[in-house]
Design a protein around this ligand. Structure first.
Ligand SMILES: Cc1ncc(COP(=O)(O)O)c(C=O)c1O
Length: 477
């Protein structure tokens, strides 16, 4: 063995990790969900480690994983007011749950050559990915002025090719719940599946209801809802790598299964997209749910909603809440004295991560906050730092995209972006001053975000793909 020692490898891991966002402390308000309870993290991590090498591919060989999956789904059934007929599967994350909901809907209608689904424009991009992967055309319906799905427009978009109608509980960008009862009734009336994307809300809204908060109907209690996605790696406060996809009946889940005996090896039999899958994430989620239980989640929900209410009530001058949140996600708009991207950078300087959201469909950029239970203890600091960030952004003034860069961007064709185009943009924007040094992430993202913001969504996609392609290059010995 000529590799590094255990201590050296772990030291290097720790060193690498210092460049990442913190996953504890409640100051990272996107990507991570922090209970603030050290014991919860410890149990999750130990369970992941215990099961890291176990394979969820074959439940007869690893029956403990099947037991954990069924117990986890059982817990979720109670949360989501599922009927006794409900079934579910554990997936690797929200996107996989969404992909499977769309794939299942498509494959339940083999008679259709051009299946479609109707989604509000605020639906998570995972549905657009599903459309792309599975050849289901997404009929994207603009939302109303309240950022919720427009029921009449949804009705008008449904036709004989529709295999799925989708609503969110809540939507990621604005944090509001779509009118699920109306959407489900539209779909149900025509025998069409209706999926509720509760990847964010599924594990926290039931507790909001118990706390007496007003929550519009969104679960299986709503007739016509056929499936729900809910992520344990979000407000289940479990380690990354699990989500659940629940169906109202076993029959609805059937098209999700894949089996192939038509080769010389073992019969492949899968309920989700992965085949071999680590038992770690499932064990981690199961362990955290066992440990917290209903009471633990109720306490965490009390904390997170307390934090949300205090943030909404205390948003400093210069910022405003885009729409009162139905759940734990808050979108903030800036007034015309400061720009959202600079506020995000200034927050980063102060030890916070808040997420910039680009302008879309005529609406200006916003700032996204996924609030965690752990944020509660530092809400006052958060509000003070937001105020300081607004002041700093005002002093810095708006981020201007230089005329030359703007012209360059406007001349780009997203469908035919070349390496040379991308190099040209990097050079014009000063992002790659030394072409031999490779791409490095700038400290301040506002100039980059401002550039992306003037690009169309299609061009933004092409530019970011070119960017990621440049980042993902092998580092060889
Ligand atoms: C509403 C919603 N659906 C789906 C997803 C996708 O989940 P994941 O990132 O776990 O794949 C997210 C992620 O934030 C989400 O907010």
């Amino acid at each position: 063995m000529n590799g590094s020692t255990h201590d050296d490898v772990l030291a290097r891991l720790r060193e690498l990790q210092t460049g990442d966002l913190p996953v504890h402390g409640g100051r990272t308000l996107a990507y991570v969900y922090d209970s603030g309870l050290a014991e919860v993290d410890r149990i999750g991590r130990e369970a992941v480690a215990t099961y890291a090498a176990s394979n969820g591919l074959d439940p007869t060989s690893f029956p403990s994983l099947l037991t954990m999956e069924n117990e986890l789904v059982g817990f979720a059934c109670d949360l989501l007011s599922a009927p006794d007929t409900a079934v579910g599967s554990v997936t690797s994350g929200g996107t996989e749950s969404v992909l499977l909901a769309v794939q299942g809907a498509r494959d339940s209608r083999p008679d259709l050559t051009s299946p479609s689904m109707v989604v509000p424009s605020t639906v998570h991009a995972a549905f657009l990915k599903a459309a792309h992967y599975f050849g289901v055309s997404a009929r994207v319906v603009p939302v109303g002025s309240d950022f919720r799905a427009d029921v009449a427009a949804t009705a008008a978009a449904i036709d004989d090719s529709t295999v799925l109608v989708v609503g969110s509980a809540p939507s990621y960008a604005h944090g509001v719940i779509d009118p699920i009862a109306s959407l489900a009734s539209l779909a149900g009336g025509r025998g069409i599946r209706c999926h509720v994307d509760a990847c964010i809300g599924g594990w926290v809204l039931p507790y909001a209801e118990r706390l007496g908060r007003p929550v519009p109907p969104w679960s299986f209690a709503v007739e016509g809802v056929t499936s729900i996605s809910v992520d344990t790696h979000k407000y289940g406060y479990a380690p990354k790598g699990t989500s659940l996809l629940l169906h109202r009946t076993a029959e609805l889940r059937m098209p999700q299964y894949f089996a192939s005996a038509d080769w010389p090896g073992y019969t492949m039999l899968n309920s989700t997209m992965q085949s071999t899958k680590s038992g770690g994430p499932l064990a981690g989620a199961w362990a955290v749910v066992q440990h917290l239980g209903d009471e633990g989640y109720l306490e965490l929900a009390t904390a997170v909603f307390d934090a949300v209410d205090r943030i909404v009530a205390g948003v400093p001058e210069g910022l405003s809440v885009v729409v009162p949140p139905d759940s734990t996600l808050v979108a903030l708009a800036t007034d015309d004295t400061c720009d959202a991207f600079t506020v995000c950078d200034e927050m980063r300087e102060r030890g916070w991560y808040v997420q910039p959201q680009m302008s879309y469909a005529g609406a200006p950029p916003t700032i996204h906050l996924s609030v965690s239970a752990a944020t509660l203890t530092s809400v006052d600091d958060l509000l003070a730092d937001l105020a300081a960030s607004v002041a700093a952004a005002r002093t810095a003034g708006p981020v201007e995209v230089p005329r030359g860069v703007r012209d360059f961007i406007e001349a780009l064709d997203p469908a035919a972006l070349t390496d040379e185009d991308f190099d040209g943009l990097l050079a014009a924007s000063g992002l790659l001053s030394d072409p031999t040094a490779g791409l490095a992430l700038p400290d301040r993202m506002a100039p980059v975000n401002a550039m992306l913001d003037i690009a169309s969504p299609a061009l933004r996609e092409s530019l970011l793909i070119a960017f990621l392609d440049r980042l993902q290059r092998p580092l060889r010995g």
